[in-house]
Design a protein around this ligand. Sequence first.
Ligand code: NAD
Ligand code: ZN
Length: 394
Amino acid sequence: MDHKQIFNVNFNYPVAFCRGIFNPENPLLRDTLSQQDKDRRHRVIVYIDEGVATENPALPDDIRNYFNAHVNQLELVADPAIVPGGEQIKNDYRLIMGVLDQLLEYRLCRQSFVIAIGGGAVQDAIGFASAIVHRGLRIVRMNTTVLAQNDAGVGVKNSMNLHGAKNSIGTFAPPFAVINDYDFLNTLSFEDWVGGVSEAFKVAIIKDREFFADLCEMAPLIRRRDVKSMEGLIERCAIMHLDHIRTNGDAFELGTARPLDFGHWAAHKLEGMSNFKISHGHAVASGICIDSFYAMKQGWITGDEYAAIETGLHQSGYTLWHAEMDRRLGDGRLELLGGLADFQEHLGGELCITMPRGIGAKFEVHEINEVLVETAIQHLKDCFCSPIGEDQVS
Ligand SMILES: NC(=O)c1ccc[n+]([C@@H]2O[C@H](COP(=O)([O-])OP(=O)(O)OC[C@H]3O[C@@H](n4cnc5c(N)ncnc54)[C@H](O)[C@@H]3O)[C@@H](O)[C@H]2O)c1
Ligand SMILES: [Zn+2]
């Protein structure tokens, strides 16, 4: 007799916005780790993104002191380990093998904690390693970039790049907790400070007209490193991201539509084409412009709406043009267009690209007119061929 198996699993995890997470007086980390079992002494291992460690030389000591101050509840099983930051950790399988070995060597069990302190790449890679050891250790994501705090590090995915393809390996694994400590943002380069702003534009353009207007207004402040504006942007964007995952009915992306990847088919391709010299957030800014220009040409958004998108991103500090964007293959086709097939393959099924319909609404298209994409790229080349930088803030 046929039998249909149906069951639900309830996931929940706290997402905190804070400062001074390793101040021994701050109970947040201890309480977060103890939330499901107050009487146990919890075993913890910590991985630190090299970029964070270099800029915060006192961090390993701060961590040791914190664990010493809470020794009855927490056990640091090894000295904090420093791992390469950025795409390097996602590109190198051997680095992850080393982490897997270490997690097993220290006998971490499914009740033990892995704390990943770093940007989106370290979150993806350490999250992946944690998800497959004993089929899932408890991961606490301590995000240290704008992009990780407002997007990459608050969701349910992890990944690595294998076989030359971005995010080709990975799992869906909701974290045990997310801790966004704003103090970490102080040491970001200008590039990484601006980096995650494009993800806020992305979600605002397809979901929230008011947020979009606010982003356009605060863009020059963001570029001048106004901390208050950035913190507001991060929290609002992260909450929209969390709402989407919780309510859209497809948290583990079983369908072919992926609205949060608006602007991403071109972005992922561009990152790879540049050998990851162009970071995710900056590639997303260009990808948003390409798809928004396309939407304008199709009549789905107005010329004024497109202009607001482009100006908002540019004023936030994005270059928007990268030489790789008009690189052509032997047959004369733009190499970037290969991103459409890659995107389709990654999601499975038919091509499904999210487009804005006005600002604050979206729909899916299943065909892309390549000639119009070329027009969008030519437009960006004409307007933004000469780069701007922090020193040119007006
Ligand atoms: N899992 C997801 O859902 C998801 C979503 C979006 C993006 N991502 C991934 O996130 C990655 C991009 O993340 P990102 O933008 O955070 O960049 P990143 O992780 O590549 O970090 C950028 C650089 O900043 C350094 N760094 C990190 N924190 C720092 C700090 N506080 N001070 C100084 N330097 C610091 C890093 O060492 C690195 O050199 C990409 O691999 C992307 O694919 C994942
Ligand atoms: Zn993204």
